[in-house]
Every structure is written in C-alpha cells, then in structure tokens.
Design a protein around this ligand. Sequence first.
Ligand code: TRP
Length: 333
Amino acid sequence: MEKKTVLSGIQPSGILTLGNYVGALRNWSLLQQDDRFCYYCVANLHAITVKQDAEALNRRTLEAAALLLACGIDPKRSALFIQSHVKEHTELAWVLNCGTYIGELNRMTQFKDKSQRHADNINAGLFTYPVLMAADILLYQASYIPVGKDQKQHVELARDIAIRFNKNYGDAFIVPEPIIPKLGGKIMSLTDPTKKMSKSDPNPNSYIAITDEPSVILKKFKRAVTDSEGIIAYDPERPGVTNLLSIYCTFTGKTPEEAVAEFAGQGYGKLKTAVADAVIAELEPIQNEYKRLLDEKTYLKSVLDDGAAQARSTARKTVDDVLRRVGLDATVM
Ligand code: TRP
C-alpha cells in the first residue's frame, strides 16, 4: 500500500492553549492512520522570526516535543522531530526563496499582522517565513497539511510554489492540500468571546493552557464571560454561551442539539462546570504523561534522534533531486 504523507509543525513560542489542542495537537494524533505516515515537527527555526531568549527557546522546544508525545503522537506511526535538527529545511528554503515573488509574500496576512505587532523587528526572516514553511511541507512530499484557518494562506502559497517549480523543472514535488478542522478554529476567549482564544492575550483568564491544573481550568470556566439572559442556545448574539456549548460538544462528541437539550432551563453555572469536567477529563491524563516524559530525558532524546534521522532520509532525497534539477549538483563528470 502506497502511504500518503501528512505533515505539520508547531512553533515552540510560549504557552499552548485549548485552541492549539483542538485545532492542532488533537487532530495530529487522530490523523495517524494505517494508510498514512506523518511527519510532525517543532518549528523552532520559525520561532526566531520574533525575538527569543536562547535558553527559553531550547526549553520550550523540548517541552513542545514532550507535549506532542503526551497528546498521542506515536513514534511508530510518525516521525516527531525538531526542525533545526534537519538541515535540509534551510537548504531547500533557499532554492524556494528564489522561486517566490515578493508580491506573493507581501500578500500574506500573517506577515502584515506580525509586522504591526513587532514593528521594531521587521526582519527578512519574518517576510520569508512562508517560504521556510513551504520547504517544511515540500521536503516530505506531503499530501495533507493539518493546520488552523490562520495558516491556510501559507499552505496555498506552498502549493503555488510547488506548482511553479514542477512546471519549470519537472515534477519534483507533490502538491499539498490543507486539512482545516471544522470545530477547532472556533475556540474563543473566555473573557471576550468575540475574540479568538490566544496565548498572547495578557489576561490568563482568557485562555486555558493545555498544562493548566484542573483546579485552574475549573476556575477559569466558572469566570467565563456569558450574558445576563440565562438562555442556553447556540446564538451568535450570545457568543459566550455559544463558545461554552461548542467546547462542550468538542470534548464530549455530543451534537449542538444534544447539548442544548441537556442544559435547557438550567443556569449557566451547570454548563460551566460540565464544560470544565469534560475538558479536565481529556487533559488530565495528557498532563500526567507530559510530566512523566519531561523526566524521561533518555527516552525523549531517542525519540527525537530517531525522528530526525527518519525525516532527514526523506528530506535528503528531495533536496538532492531539486539540486540536480536546478543545476546545483555540479558533479565533475
Ligand atoms: N507556521 C505554523 C504556525 O505558526 C507552524 C508551521 C511551521 C507549520 N511549519 C509548518 C504548519 C508546516 C504546517 C506545516 O502555526
């Protein structure tokens, strides 16, 4: 059986939230199926497009890897690796940079956002970040790229880069497709449910971190902003309750109708506690496993070494082929 390849990456920049869990980590683990092989990387090269403290970056990179394992990434079905351990990423990125137009990069909405937020550090890496991401994807001949909605534009650029390269140099790359979760993108802030839940929100009550203690999770849900109407309904006019209901459905597998029926006529307190319970039931075992793995240094190192070796062997084949097609192998005959 010819297996299709899945690839995704996560940046090790700070706290990972319930939004990251539902939108990314949880799906990554579900995508590990018999007819696929997955490559999952901790995208630390991407992280330095904004200022990082070296020690903290190293620590968070390894923590992100441990968290991925705790969320169910299985080293037998997936290559789990650190992006900077596989030099082919930067090597291919250069070639792809020369096949990407400034006009295309100028259209990237994330670049526009980030250059506003980091106005004192609009570096060239921030600008060419989507090309590095295209290299991540194309190196492994990945067909499916699970990402949040915010990354869709980057995957589309990777497709355009692949199509153009294939046209100019012959079929070197599989043209990838994004896989966007229907529910995941929709987890909203608990303090302002009209905004997306975000780890960069200065108010920690606005988000649930994957590593928040159960008592903290309960407290944050209890404080979640709702409204004064006391009506349990999916209603865009009542974003707070709607957000709680949709988190509840995501974590229990119930349909919106079932959830509404279950809490109809009850106060928001019941719903809040039930949401917290459902989230804790899923996150607590992950948190325990995460803590255990952080102490299993030898195991973690062996998983990451194996993952990088496996990634490298696939990536090398692609880069060698690309160099040959472009006329960069320069072998003396
Ligand atoms: N840019 C992605 C993000 O910030 C992370 C990422 C890096 C990625 N390389 C990737 C996602 C390759 C998918 C495929 O979320």
